[in-house]
Design a protein around this ligand. Structure first.
Ligand code: GLN
Length: 537
């Protein structure tokens, strides 16, 4: 039996209140008090994972070292805690049902009728406790996706109820995040939505231990007392979560409100002192007081929903702080880019990043923007599809292979400089079948990537089916684009560079997933540095 304690975070009133940030901020404070903490997200949808979801539906799909395609909140957990998450940190209703149905088919229920209670709830509880049972964590924080009262959340709330009963109040608690809206016409903050949402939670047999209230205005003592009285908690257990300038302020705001102290008190845990936030605050200080500014064009096809590029924009913040530079993002829709307007859309930027993506929508715009960056000596960073477009552009315009393309967009193209990976040729199912997770890469000394990482051997996360076609490697290298990062086992090209350009790097992997507050990603740091130099020209 492990001694792990469990903290559940539920949400009420509305979605998008920032449960993930509250969970990550609490985890950060507990971690900096010396506890080992991890965070898990339970998503009530029926997809097995968000890998098959269109980014417009759910934002970015985040990938872990062990190759799980997960909710973007896991990105926040890693960026705040600086420790990797894994397959076990994201569970969906699809995964739960899949396990239960597989067991049923194997006859493991011995003739019993398989039901939501107890079989689905048992499987949910098992998944929650997997992380605790590793013995690696003092505290597991489990965020329940969705809003209390949703039909699909019910089995999760019931599982939480059972776990509270089984573990006892010193070992498992519930934080309920709600909204306290401000009615401008009345000039008042309103507590009723919170009262209703707590009532809804209580109808499922769960009383919150702590209320965290999102608000645009300070919540007075009187309102806290009112919330406490009607929601059955102590006044000190009502925590205000006021809108913040940046998500990275939230740990400090929660510290001021005493969220971590209240949690420790309820779990009967003692900490030696206050959370150690020196490095964190140093990052914040530089982030908020930049000495310089650069503008980076982010070229993508999902830019209407900026959450589709969450890890990239957060990596800019980390790299910006480390360069004491504000990184302004110019969102450029690749579908709207063409020969006639590329100059107008991209002129004056200090760097161009071509984003990851799938399919052929907006592909010509991406190629045009690579060409513009290459020909005008603007720092260029291509990620995954962005790297593939850099190779295609080079083959077309420098090697003069006019029909060079990727077989993803043009199946029968004559010069497939980007080709389906050998290992993908027999793959027919869509879900979880890409080349996923962390793979080793060996960098060639003295090129930009090597200099940025300051290391020859790196490991980065992947999510793709297509790759650089090595048949063209020699021709491409002869003309000046170099493969400067190679997978040592398979020979797959992971990094390309143009050494004659001030900063031109394309990577087949996703460096953005590994950028954290404590460890800004070296390629992003170097890219922003190059953009800063460009801005001085
Ligand atoms: N669509 C490309 C591939 O599958 C790139 C994927 C990506 O950008 N993540 O290889």
């Amino acid at each position: 039996m492990s001694n792990t304690k469990y903290v559940f975070v539920t949400g009420g009133v509305t979605s998008s209140l920032g449960k993930g940030i509250i969970a990550a901020s609490l985890a950060k404070l507990l971690q900096q008090r010396g506890f080992s903490v991890t965070i898990q997200k339970l998503d009530p949808y029926i997809n097995i994972d968000p890998g098959t979801l269109n980014p417009y539906e759910h934002g970015e799909c985040y990938v872990t070292d062990d190759g799980a395609e997960t909710d973007l909140d896991l990105g926040h957990y890693e960026r705040f805690l600086n420790i990797p998450t894994s397959q076990s940190n994201n569970v969906t209703t699809g995964k739960i049902y899949q396990s239960v149905i597989n067991k049923e088919r194997k006859g493991e229920f011995l003739g019993k009728t398989v039901q939501v209670i107890p079989h689905i709830t048992d499987e949910i509880k098992r998944r929650i406790q997997i992380l605790g049972e590793t013995g690696d964590y003092d505290i597991v924080i489990t965020e329940i996706g969705g809003t209390v009262g949703d039909i699909e959340s019910l089995p999760y709330v019931e599982s939480v109820r059972q776990m509270l009963w089984e573990k006892g109040s010193e070992n498992a608690i519930v934080i309920h995040l709600t909204l306290v809206p401000y009615l401008a016409a009345a000039g008042e903050l309103k507590t009723k939505p919170t009262q209703h949402s707590v009532k809804m939670l209580m109808q499922s047999g769960v009383s919150p231990d702590i209320l965290v209230c999102r608000t645009e205005h300070e919540i007075s003592d009187e309102i806290k007392r009112k919330l406490a009285l009607f929601c059955n908690v102590k006044k000190e257990d009502v925590i205000q979560s006021i809108d913040a300038e940046t998500i990275y302020d939230v740990p400090n705001l929660m510290l001021e409100q005493g969220l971590d102290s209240v949690v420790l008190k309820k779990l009967k845990l003692c900490s030696k002192g206050e959370p150690e936030l020196k490095v964190w605050n140093n990052f914040l200080q530089k982030h908020k007081n930049p000495k310089h500014e650069v503008e980076i064009a982010l070229i993508g096809k999902y830019i209407e929903l900026q959450d589709s590029y969450k890890s990239i924009t957060e990596a800019f913040i980390h790299a910006g702080s480390s360069n004491e530079t504000k990184v302004k993002v110019r969102w450029v829709h690749s579908e709207n880019l063409n020969t006639d307007n590329v100059e107008a859309q991209l002129k004056d930027v200090n760097g161009i990043l071509v984003a990851p993506g799938f399919g052929d929508r907006g592909i010509d715009g991406k190629i045009k923007s690579v060409q513009y960056a290459r020909e005008n000596n603007i720092p260029f960073f291509g990620i995954c599809l962005g790297m593939q477009m850099a190779v295609i552009e080079y083959a077309k315009n420098v090697l003069d292979l006019k029909d060079a393309f990727s077989t993803e967009m043009k199946k029968d193209c004559k010069n497939p400089v980007i080709n389906l990976m050998e290992s993908q040729k027999d793959v027919t199912e869509k879900g979880g079948t890409m080349r996923l997770g962390a793979w080793d890469c060996e960098l060639t000394e003295n090129y930009k990537a090597y200099k940025a990482y300051k290391s020859k051997n790196i490991s980065e996360r992947h999510r793709h089916r297509y790759e650089f076609n090595n048949k063209y490697l020699q021709q491409i290298e002869l003309k000046g684009m170099k493969a400067t990062g190679i997978n040592p086992k398979t020979g797959l090209v992971e990094v390309v560079e143009i050494p004659a350009h001030p900063w031109f790097v394309g990577v087949q992997y996703h460096p953005e997933y590994k950028s954290t507050v404590l460890n800004p990603h070296p390629l992003f740091v170097d890219f922003i540095k190059a953009a800063l130099e460009q801005s001085k020209n």
